[in-house]
Design a protein around this ligand. Sequence first.
Ligand SMILES: Nc1ncnc2c1ncn2[C@@H]1O[C@H](COP(=O)(O)OP(=O)(O)OP(=O)(O)O)[C@@H](O)[C@H]1O
Length: 297
Amino acid sequence: MTTVLNVDAVNRSFGDRHVLKDVSFAVDAGRLTGFVGANGAGKTTTMRIILGVLGAQSGEATWRGAPITREVRQRFGYMPEERGLYPKMSVAEQVVYLGRLHGMSAADAKARTATLLDRLDLGPRAGDLVEKLSLGNQQRVQIAAALVHEPELLVLDEPFSGLDPLAADTVVAVLRERSAAGAAVLFSSHQLDLVERLCDDLVIIADGTIRASGPRSYLREQYALPRYSIEVDADAGWLRDEPGVTLVELDGPRAVLDLTPETDDQKILRAALDRGPVRSFGPVRPSLAEIFREVIQ
Ligand SMILES: Nc1ncnc2c1ncn2[C@@H]1O[C@H](COP(=O)(O)OP(=O)(O)OP(=O)(O)O)[C@@H](O)[C@H]1O
């Protein structure tokens, strides 16, 4: 894994509100990084600092170990929280124009715009004025605008808000293609189920402080509860009396249980088998929503 973007001990205040407190995390090339946190946690402020729209009071964001200059930023794609399209331009003109602003030739910008609009199911709307589009379609145009110049870093502020599930799936596929091509993708989202499905890495922020970051699989292991689910044929109520077991849920033959660290899961499985067939037994992997609740406490 190659880290390309580093956010390093960034602090930012607005008046006497200290909204980013020593924020540090890394974003790797070829991976999708989900940036999650409650409203007002500091996601947009962090993204603005990465893009140079806002300054940090101390600390900095760096790209491949060097300061982020205007030239470097030309190779970034940004979808800001406040969507900024020109309502009186056609969809294709708008995307081509933004490609040109990022230094593309007219021919390249046109070709890439046509491909992207098709990919985002906007091909038939290419000639329509942006203002005539539904909000969901405008959102897709905004995503095309951030992607047109094939950026090395994509920073997307809530790219899925306002998209229906099918449109969200299309955008997910497009982002995966970009990351498979080697781009680093950082996106914020409130939709934890979507982040869970999509991202390789996670950064969790609360009250301006990074609470956890790293590969999703690593965080899952780190925050894994000693929790198991079991399904047997008869009533599983006997588990209540097993030493080292706390029953979390019991529904006839199905149960969810926590084990103390010293309790051997295989001992519980054997005890169950002594009583009859066991249909399933295994650890319960925490969902992102559960990890999120645990780390922001
Ligand atoms: N220009 C500003 N002036 C004053 N306060 C600001 C400014 N920009 C952001 N803030 C404050 O900084 C804090 C962090 O805001 P930010 O928009 O970064 O959070 P966020 O995690 O993106 O939230 P959301 O999910 O609601 O978009 C909030 O308390 C916000 O009110």
